[in-house]
Write a protein that binds this ligand. Structure first.
Ligand code: ZN
Length: 176
């Protein structure tokens, strides 16, 4: 593997003639709703975009890691070619994280249409057992959904027309 990577480095040393990686990258969404590029278990944040040639430059998220590359796309949800400029990572790849980020992104996307329980029920279960054990609890998922729903709805509730229109949560009914 190291030999292979060594050869690959020699091929790609001239940054103007880099060929894209044979494996495509995915643009997912960070917890702060920023585009995040995933490639072979490594995660990159956008460092700058060149509006003239369309290059999006990405830098590894890991602290002090100088691995980097570029793409011509930063649209969340898309798959694209990734051109590796520097692949000397100091961090370890983590494939499970991508599935969890994508799952979270899809949950948020569906938040405006459905109730939490339905959204979570309809989410596909990850195939990989290593990812399944990392899945957040239902309550954690529900919090993500509710936060997303709050963010796209007006903050103030509608004034009730009459006393009977006021909804009292079931758990409080016992105290009345
Ligand atoms: Zn790295």
């Amino acid at each position: 593997m190291e030999n292979f990577l060594g050869n690959f480095d020699n091929l790609t040393i001239n940054s103007n003639n880099i060929r894209p990686s044979e494996i495509k990258a995915n643009i997912t969404k960070s917890q702060k709703n920023r585009p995040q590029l995933h490639h072979l278990g490594y995660y990159f944040r956008l460092s700058f975009s060149n509006e003239v040639n369309g290059k999006r430059h990405w830098r590894c998220l890991a602290n002090r890691c100088t691995a980097s590359g570029y793409s011509f796309c930063d649209n969340i949800g898309e798959t694209c070619e990734f051109y590796i400029v520097n692949d000397s990572h100091i961090d370890q790849p983590d494939l499970a994280k991508f599935e969890l980020l994508e799952r979270r992104r899809l949950i948020k996307e569906r938040a405006s249409n459905d109730k939490a329980r339905k959204i979570v029920r309809l989410m596909e279960k990850p195939y990989d057992e290593n990812v399944r054990i990392l899945l957040p609890s239902y309550n954690a998922d529900r919090q993500v959904i509710q936060r997303a729903q709050k963010a796209c709805k007006p903050q103030y509730p509608k004034e009730p027309d009459s006393l009977s229109a006021i909804e009292i949560p079931d758990e409080l009914m016992g105290h009345l």
